[in-house]
Ligand binder design. Sequence first.
Ligand SMILES: *Cc1c(COP(=O)(O)O)cnc(C)c1O
Length: 416
Amino acid sequence: MPEDVVRALPAEVVARAADLDAADPLAAFRAEFVLPEGVVAYLDGNSLGRPLAATRERLARFVDGEWGERLIRAWDERWMERPTVVGDRIGRVVLGGAPGQTVVGDSTTVLLYKLLRAAVDARPDRPEIIADTENFPTDRFVLTSVAAETGRTIRWIEPDPATGVQPAEVAALLSDRTAVVLLSHVAYKSAYIADLPGITAAAHAAGALVLWDLSHAVGVVDLRLDDAGVDLAVGCSYKFLNGGPGAPGFGYVARRLQAELTQPISGWMGHAEPFAMGPDYVPAEGIRRFLSGTPPILGMIPVEDMLGLIERAGMPAVRAKSVLLTEFTVAVADEVLAPLGVVVASPRDPERRGGHVTLEHDRMREVVDELWRRGVIPDFRRPRGLRIGLSPLSTSFTEVAAALGHVAELLGRRRD
Ligand SMILES: *Cc1c(COP(=O)(O)O)cnc(C)c1O
């Protein structure tokens, strides 16, 4: 750590970070990622995870072998099954989902459209969809289009942005008019964890379906979709699943609903017999019917590498380290940054906090610009949020301490 940054941190904080790293059972995993020297601290793994060094070799082998040598034969040999093979692995390792319910394919945005539309169409007598105004833009925009296309009314919850959607707020709007409830499990701004089992059960009691966006939860929160009886879910694979830019999203559809749902983008890859090339669309049995066009095989390679790493670490251990990382961040923010006017805008209860922490200050825009110049990389969320994404297998406590030292130094702290 540079001198002025160390000077901006109490010696006790630097020592505590070192102790936490020394006691971290997952510390060795960090060395498996690509770690260039110019990156002092990477705290945006919730937007784009770091690549694994093993992926370099896997991609090279793919170009030479699977693609270069097997060529078109690889579709028959391996690629046709990839969307469900990788989907099942996502289900097993990070979703708590039995096989046959998860598929990898389009972007999260497109999958969200497909599953939301399918869910709304499956409840033709119910005119309302429940959602919240703090959800990620794609979720609100797609929902608005689906509501317009299908003539439904959106019942908007306006949650406290510092926390998130409360079960009572959902319950207040649920009725026999509700077709679908669309929510994010972990809020992208505050990291608030919505009560997935409770809200799912309440929606079911009202006869509605629930679609959960898991983009900021998957790979960092220990999910149990089957146990909670979740109907539908989507999520990104380039955030805490480190799939790389534009890696395909995944969709989860509970087996009991698959035959009853029809998604709107009826492409040849979702057909019962893709190579029959017949005149009519006949959806495939099972989860394959949620495919549309040719799946992005290349983008699934890094995801598989990361799933292997998470499986070795074990999801409960990943979640345990995630809690320690966010706990440490909140504690240092309280001790060192609060006197400089910084406010913690994420839940203080670790049970309700996902894998990132948002810190607010009026000068955060310029602070983040300077941090990026220094190779300290969190992200900025308007109007005044510094968002610290803590990817459990690639982030060290010392890395977090260094980043917060830079923030303290930029906001004017000197150790006296
Ligand atoms: C990141 C994110 C997305 C992104 O969707 P893409 O189609 O992959 O761009 C969607 N929803 C939520 C909640 C997200 O956090």
